[in-house]
Design a protein around this ligand. Structure first.
Ligand code: PDD
Length: 282
């Protein structure tokens, strides 16, 4: 297999030739942001929404990357040079505050950011069709700006690992008695035909897949309440599902020891999955 070609600081080069400095702000401080987006048959999926979120993350952290608008073109170039134009996969973008000897203050404004982009073939597990996943709850020990897609993800990976070690596929964060989101997904519940999810705030990432689902609900006249689900109310819900760029929409059949609904992906979740498939096929 040919070596993967990636974008690094203005150049397309084989992955093995990328050299990142130990002084990189990402390495020392997790001082950077990222994006993950999907391509289906080589076509970028909701790319402008991901680009807008990337710009927002950069602006919130005051990381200056003037060429940010070129990112989607770079991804398209990478798809071409890696021969992935007919493939389903994931693109990953990471931008840090650059390479500068470790100091807490920002480095001089002319320090170029470190920019790394890769694309790879990837298919969602076929969870979307019938299987649904188990989740566990986990105390949300993250910082106060979960709306920024920062590369500082220790609580996310700790909680996700904990979920895997308990035979579950996602950790659901609980903060102040309510569900905020998952370790790598947004969380929705359905009760009496009404779809609930946490409102946009600093406590959640504004997921692109979350927004796609909200838009489908609006179009299809499904009632939505942007209202946090209390942990104590989980047992009163008929369905739960998660959304994210990689898992798309997946039903949740169990939270901790509690079986959700009849333990299978619920009817509203299935309907949303079908509508999502239509968008992929467009
Ligand atoms: N995860 N919440 C968190 C904490 C996330 O990390 C993600 C995405 C989401 C879902 O957002 P979207 O629908 O835009 O993918 C919600 C990415 C993909 C990751 O860390 O790999």
């Amino acid at each position: 297999m040919d070596e993967q070609l990636v974008f690094f600081n203005g150049q397309i080069l084989p992955l093995s030739q990328v050299r990142i400095s130990p002084d990189d702000r990402g390495f020392n401080f997790a001082d950077g942001v990222y994006e993950v987006l999907r391509f289906y048959k080589g076509q970028l999926f909701f790319a402008s929404q991901h680009l807008e979120r990337l710009k927002r993350s950069l602006a919130e952290l005051k990381i200056n990357y003037p060429e940010v608008n070129a990112v989607n073109n770079i991804i398209e170039n990478l798809l071409e040079v890696n021969n992935l134009q007919q493939t389903d996969g994931l693109a990953y973008i990471q931008i840090t505050r650059g390479d500068f000897p470790r100091i807490h203050q920002f480095p001089p404004a002319n320090t170029p950011p470190t920019v790394y982009i890769n694309v790879k073939e990837w298919k969602a597990f076929d969870l979307t069709k019938s299987q649904s996943i188990k989740a566990i709850t986990f105390s949300d020990m993250r910082w106060g700006r979960c709306d920024i897609k920062s590369i500082a993800l220790l609580p996310n990976i700790m909680s996700f690992q904990n979920a895997l070690e308990h035979g579950a596929g996602e950790a659901i964060f609980i903060r102040d008695g309510v569900i905020t989101e998952g370790s790598r997904t947004n969380i929705f519940g359905v009760k009496n035909g009404i779809v609930y999810t946490h409102p946009f705030s600093n406590s959640i990432l504004p997921g692109i897949t979350r927004q796609i689902v909200l838009d489908i609900c609006e179009k299809e006249n499904l009632k939505v309440l942007l209202f946090p689900i209390a942990e104590s109310a989980i047992s009163s819900f008929d369905e739960f599902f998660l959304t994210g760029t990689s898992p798309e929409i997946s039903g949740i059949c169990q939270i901790n020891a509690l079986k959700i609904g009849n333990g299978e992906t619920g009817p509203i979740t299935r309907f949303l999955q079908q509508e999502f498939e239509k968008l992929k096929a467009k």
